[in-house]
Design a protein around this ligand. Sequence first.
Ligand code: HEM
Length: 227
Amino acid sequence: MKAYIQAKREAQRHPHKLLQSKSSAGDILDLALQDAEYGATASTSELLDQLKTFLFAGHDTTAATICWAFYFLSQHSESLSRLRKELDDVFGVNTSPKQVAEMLIAEPKLHSKLEFALAVIKESLRLEPPAAPAREATANYRFTTHSGQTFDPPEGVMMYLSAWMLHRNKDVWGQDAEEFRPQRFMSGNPVPWGYLAFSKRPRDCIGSSLAYLEVYCNRHRANVRRK
Ligand code: HEM
């Protein structure tokens, strides 16, 4: 991986070499290196760390979310129709993914009009969260559960919080907790505290906005609007 970064850097310093290399693909590393300030100053190990974040924290999580969102939409025709209508209202009927991309580049805030699309992503993440918080117990750490039970995990023990179980808990989400119902995330409906798709502050996911954007864009590209 280090050699790959160095080769790209070398190719950028000597653009004529780009013709012989595969490094003009326009991937995330190209974007980082093309940034006048960051690209020139970031060390190889810094770039390596950033790539690891994108690959290990940001790739599979987003890919799984896209798959689940498509699956749920395939099983819920009302939600799919509602999503298509919202996309038609915002981007116009029969616009191609390319045209949608151009509209978004010209006016990025169009995304904020996609309220139902966002609700679909959040609901997919609720039912099938691809990640969950993990914490290492410190010395003398004690925690008390909702029902009042206390636990004293030994120092160094890793504790995983199951977002999947919490997201399907009927006490938290109501009797329809097992159902795919994106409406629960529409404005005006209070979202229970027990939503851990991106964990909670202070160590919540730094990539949540990017993740939402990636899922939106993939949905446009896959042409979810084709009837
Ligand atoms: C649907 C997609 C994603 C989901 C569901 C997700 C979920 C999560 C969760 C639950 C955590 C907290 C883990 C913990 O507390 O132990 C987390 C942390 C993190 N995520 Fe994501 N993530 C997603 C996408 C991304 C993307 C696209 C990036 C960056 C490119 C990213 C970067 C990070 C980083 C750096 C942390 C650690 C933050 C810290 O500890 O301060 N994630 N993510």
